[in-house]
Design a protein around this ligand. Structure first.
Ligand code: ADP
Length: 401
């Protein structure tokens, strides 16, 4: 071995020994990877909300979105929330209560922020009168609640449907209770075997009550058919005059019985409407029936047919100019009239003006609701003008053919 080789061999042996000693001294530990440092906490945990991707996702939502921090300060509001709450743009930075203007909803968000449990509530902003459902969930990206997310949806239509369903059940049971109670009373009296003439009178009253219940059930059925779109109108061009004359013939016996005169003023014999003659006759009969019912002896009912356009002109030439040509039918009476504040409501299902006033007149309060649906099914309009104590005029339009 040359001296150089000897030196190299000694140096190699020494370095191996040193390595072995160092390794043994290290307690056979697996060399650890260099330590990964935890990212420093974000200065603003809501900064990602301003990322363009998040912003466009928030705008694409079909609900209002609001994000608040622990202090209920608003960090994000999307466009839908601005619309639903009628906010000025850029409402961030304000306290949530300034946006919601509803202490109950604000308190609900505070509860979610304190215990992390999601909650829901409904609110009705005064500015719009709409019903909003607000769902609030806590934001806790690393286990600790740092804020809350509010989703807002417009449920006005849904709550109106719900209310009308509840009203319907309440109204039907109310309308049924009266005839059923009186039927029960009459049956009990008959069971006690009253004199034959009294029994006969009572049977007559029972027949009337049964008629009232039958009418209610029929009209309810009719209304539900119309509202669910199961009634199809057979629209054909047909002259209006024969339809009016037929309805007048049918109402005449009732009018005569109450000594009420009937007058008719026709536009002409030939003008046609695009209509379902039977259904228009039904509307007319309902209006005439009411006119007789709410007029006292000696009154007059007048039926008029005329031509109208959107501007209300009446001659053929003027009416034709503005396009859409309409035939108008009006039924005027000299009866008890309708107070101005009640007028907008008389077309609602079951609505009766002052029940005490109309109790003896009978009726379900469904007739005008049905009539309105039928007229609107023709594309026309049904409305009422009235002066309390002086009389009423019900008018409807049909497209001229
Ligand atoms: P009803 O079966 O009670 O007649 P309607 O829907 O036809 O139901 O009418 C609703 C309410 O509108 C009536 O109960 C009545 O209070 C009022 N009304 C309708 N027509 C007249 C009229 N010609 N004169 C006065 N009040 C009327």
């Amino acid at each position: 071995m040359t001296p150089l080789a000897l030196v190299l061999a000694v140096a190699l042996a020494a370095s191996l020994t040193l390595c072995a000693w160092l390794w043994l001294r290290g307690g056979r530990r697996v060399p650890t990877a260099p330590a990964v440092l935890a990212p420093p906490p974000l200065a603003d945990p809501f900064a990602p909300l301003h990322h363009p991707l998040f912003q466009s996702a928030a705008t694409g939502l079909d609900a209002g979105l609001i994000v608040v921090d622990q202090a209920r300060e608003v960090q994000l509001v999307n466009r839908q929330a601005e619309e639903l709450l009628t906010l000025a743009p850029h409402a961030t930075g304000q306290g949530l209560i300034m946006l919601l203007r509803d202490h109950q909803a604000d308190a609900l968000v505070a509860e979610v922020l304190s215990d992390g449990e999601p909650r829901e509530t409904a609110m009705k902003p005064i500015a719009t009168g709409r019903t909003l459902r607000l769902r609030c969930t806590a934001l806790a990206p690393s286990g600790q609640i740092i804020g809350a997310l509010l989703l807002i949806r417009d449920i006005t239509q849904l709550s109106m449907l719900e209310r009308s369903r509840r009203d319907l059940v309440a109204n039907v049971s109310h309308e049924l209770r009266t005839p059923l109670a009186s039927l029960k009373l009459l049956v009990e009296t008959l069971q006690s075997e009253p004199p034959p003439d009294v029994a006969r009178r009572m049977l007559g009253q029972m027949a009337q009550e049964v008629d009232a219940v039958t009418q209610l059930v029929d009209e309810l059925h009719e209304l539900s058919q119309i509202e669910s779109g199961r009634v199809t109108l057979k629209l054909t061009p047909a002259p209006l005059r024969p339809v009016v004359e037929r309805a007048l013939e049918r109402i005449k016996p009732q009018a005569d019985r109450k000594q009420i005169a009937i007058a008719a003023e026709y536009l002409d014999d030939a003008t046609c409407a695009l209509m379902d003659g039977d259904r228009v006759g039904q509307v007319l009969l309902n209006l005439l029936h009411n006119a007789v019912k709410f007029s006292s002896a000696g009154g007059t009912i007048t039926v008029r047919t005329s031509l109208r356009n959107a501007n209300g002109e009446t001659s053929h030439e003027e009416a034709g100019q503005a396009g859409g040509l309409w035939l108008q039918v009006s039924v005027s009476d000299t009866g008890i009239g309708i107070p101005a504040q009640e007028l907008p409501r008389i077309f609602e299902r079951f609505y009766k003006v002052d029940r005490a006033r109309t109790r003896n007149a009978g009726g379900t309060g469904l007739g005008l609701a049905i009539a309105k649906h039928l007229v609107e099914g023709h594309g026309g309009r049904l409305w009422a003008d009235s002066v309390e104590g002086r009389g009423s005029t019900f008018s409807f339009t049909l497209p001229a053919a």
